[in-house]
Design a protein around this ligand. Structure first.
Ligand SMILES: Cc1cc2nc3c(=O)[nH]c(=O)nc-3n(C[C@H](O)[C@H](O)[C@H](O)COP(=O)(O)OP(=O)(O)OC[C@H]3O[C@@H](n4cnc5c(N)ncnc54)[C@H](O)[C@@H]3O)c2cc1C
Length: 653
């Protein structure tokens, strides 16, 4: 039975109902556009909903935080690869966008003295100010706020269990400025139809690609790189695709906990260090380091044969715990700062580890793609040299959330993603709606025909291979070839593997039933994973030194003082892709030096603390914990009988 086609017409299609998609749909609908939101997961269920729920709220903690300070922090922690006008936009609109979330029901803890959201006690790794705010019910609180944004807006129709397959793009015509969007094609799995949706604007907010590294990831399984693959097939530019964020402190065992989040650099608190299998310190001052720096230290030790049994290293926080006066405060800090991560660690590593009487085995896990669709500060696709222009991009094509690149460069600071979703989700939604409502062309139905013919044929494809087995092969090889550390030899091998799997994909057998055709879904996800893996490999080849999330064991470290560049990947023909370098404007040397001196000063202070006699360390830290953990003027309360009692209780939960 051949699959039926259903034609629909909208102003804006939004792909994905996580934070970015929901906020984009809401903003577009508010402008008066007729919006359809398609999502393969139920509305609001996404990485956003399973997150720890920490959002960056400028000026929530440190008095001397500001728009400039936050923007510079994001840019320079990202190795100076992010575009200044994008980090400036993020910083400028971060408060407003966060307040918009609160309008939809998000409730932060409130600092009654200051009258705003209460930030965590210590800055998350690499942040130079306190500005990460937690929420009761964590990511679920964001999921609900997203649900609220969509459900109450009458201009939004939404469909779940719907896989967006491709955008329909028209090549640049004579006398026209750019390529342009005519709509998209969607597999509506629960109704068993292909939707041909006519629309002048599409916003891709379909999340990341970490499933390529399963089981070494803490993300949802739907992160199959659809955002990037769809953009690549459409001919859009992708930037910095070598820059993947591996969260350093994920669990390495037991298998049912593999990949789950156990902590953040700031989890280590003042005295935590990373050790190799011989007990040697491989990184100190851990709480001040970026996620990228911690992951790199672990994976270099592993590559050197000094890793832990499950391919990681040891997070040693015992020095914090051992101090008699400040130890109980540390335990309270550990339990409450990232509660989900702490619970994961306690369940996986056991009671002794939860009491920090022994070290934690940790291994990086794929967490976030910092590269993505090349866009301007309104989320619109751009191409060409320098910062790019919309006339060299695809008109009507937008990206937001993890799908977009250009904001985080070589490292993303913790808690910035949930804020970014609100900023660029909203901006892309507004911008797409304005474009769609003002554009003077009629969507051309004829352009859909080749796509419909192609997908109809796939529904009846004969063959002897299953796409799931191909996915598994890619997942098995990705860690060592395009994972946290890379070698040219590995990149060559993964390219050959991808080419082989692409051939085998043509021999995947797909039955012709139309409702919930799982083999078809596996086929599409495998195809998208292969496209995304190819983009990572191409970009990783182009950047032959190490910076941030990209570590080339066979290359030099790239200094932040050298001329920064981004990598760009784009389609050359139906089967070939180009990779190039995009020169980025360097932050003036004077500012770089000032930033680096302050970073160095903070690290030196941490190192000096490590060298002080234990009694002085203890006194100083007790004072600090009381100061940083007091809420609304009240010092933190410790459980009677010390924090041991708290752990005993929670272990029974
Ligand atoms: C365990 C964990 C903890 C985290 N904690 C934090 C935190 O505390 N603070 C922070 O800032 N960040 C955190 N992050 C990161 C953050 O949650 C994500 O980066 C962010 O939620 C991504 O949002 P998004 O809207 O881009 O994508 P998602 O929220 O992942 O949404 C993607 C959507 O796209 C849909 N989709 C995908 N492909 C298709 C397709 N082909 N067709 C239709 N729909 C599709 C999915 O179904 C989903 O609805 C955490 C991440 C994880 C995994």
């Amino acid at each position: 039975m051949s699959i039926n086609i259903k034609w629909l017409e909208y102003d804006v299609i939004v792909v994905g109902s996580g934070g970015a998609g929901s906020q984009a749909a809401y903003a577009a609908a508010e402008q008066g556009a007729k919006v359809i939101l398609v999502s393969k997961d139920p509305l609001g269920s996404s990485d956003t909903k399973i997150s720890e729920g920490l959002a960056t709220v400028r000026e929530s903690g440190s008095e001397d935080d500001s728009e400039e300070v936050l923007s510079e922090n994001v840019k320079l922690a990202g190795g100076d690869l992010p575009l200044k006008n994008i980090t400036d936009t993020f910083s400028k609109y971060s408060k407003e966008a966060y307040d918009n979330y609160r309008m939809h029901g998000l409730r932060p803890a409130i600092n009654k003295e200051k009258g705003g959201p209460q930030s965590l006690p210590l800055p998350m790794g690499g942040h130079n100010r306190n500005r990460s705010v937690g929420h009761e019910n964590h990511g679920v609180a964001f999921g609900h706020a997203n649900w609220d944004s969509v459900i109450k807006e009458k201009n939004i129709d939404y469909i779940e269990d719907a896989w967006f397959l491709d955008v329909i793009v028209e090549d640049k015509q004579k006398n026209e400025e750019a390529k342009k969007i005519h709509g998209g094609i969607v597999y509506d799995a629960s109704n068993g139809v292909l939707l041909a949706i006519k629309a002048p604007a599409v916003i891709i907010a379909a999340g990341g690609l970490s499933t390529i590294f399963f089981p070494k990831t803490d993300t949802m399984r739907g992160n199959t790189g659809d955002s990037y693959a769809i953009a690549m097939r459409a001919g859009a530019d992708l930037v910095d695709m070598e820059q993947l964020q591996f969260l350093p402190f994920c669990l390495a065992s037991p298998p049912s906990y593999e990949g789950l989040l156990a902590g953040e650099p700031s989890t280590a608190s003042y005295l935590g260090v990373l050790r190799d299998k011989n007990g040697k310190v491989i990184l100190d001052g851990v709480h001040l380091r970026t996620r990228a720096a911690c992951s790199e230290a672990i994976m270099r030790a592993v590559a050197d044969g000094r890793g832990s049994p499950n391919g990681g290293a040891y997070l040693d926080m015992t020095a914090n715990k051992k101090l008699p006066k400040s130890g109980p405060y540390f335990m309270r800090y550990l339990e409450t700062s990232l509660p989900t991560a702490y619970i994961n660690a306690r369940q996986a590593l056991g009671k002794e580890a939860a009491k920090v009487e022994k070290v934690w085995e940790v291994r990086p896990g794929a967490h976030y793609m910092m590269g993505g669709v090349r866009v301007n500060n309104e989320g619109a696709s751009v191409g060409g040299t320098g910062e790019g222009s919309v006339k060299n991009g695809i008109n009507g094509f937008y990206a937001a959330g993890q799908a977009m690149g250009g904001l985080f460069g070589a490292n993303r600071l913790g808690s910035t993603s949930l804020t970014e979703l609100a900023v660029f989700g909203t901006r892309s939604g507004k911008s797409a709606a304005k474009y769609a409502l003002n554009i003077k062309f009629k969507v051309n139905k004829e352009l859909f025909i080749p796509y419909i013919t192609e997908y109809k044929a796939i529904f009846e494809q004969k063959g002897g291979v299953s796409a799931t087995s191909l996915k598994n092969i890619l997942q098995k090889e990705s860690w060592s070839k395009i994972g946290p550390v890379r070698l040219l030899e590995g990149l060559n091998k993964i390219d050959a593997l991808i080419a082989d799997l692409e051939i085998k994909l043509k021999n995947v057998s797909i039955p012709n039933y139309t409702i919930w055709n799982q083999p078809f879904l596996d086929y599409m996800e495998c195809k998208n994973m292969l496209y995304s893996a190819k983009a990572i490999s191409l970009a990783a080849r182009k950047r032959d030194g190490s910076i941030g999330g990209h570590v080339r064991l066979d290359g030099k470290n790239i200094s932040i003082f050298s001329q920064p560049y981004s990598t760009v990947v784009r389609k050359e023909s139906n089967t070939t892709f180009l990779v190039d370098k995009l020169h980025r404007k360097r932050t003036p040397i004077k500012e770089l030096v000032r930033y680096k001196i302050l970073e160095f000063k903070r690290l030196m202070e941490a190192k000096i603390l490590l060298m002080l006699p234990k009694s002085i360390q203890d006194q100083k830290l007790e004072k600090r914990y009381k100061a940083i953990m007091s809420v609304n003027g009240k010092a933190p309360e410790l459980m009677p009988g010390g924090d041991e009692a708290a752990i005993g209780d929670s272990n029974r939960a």
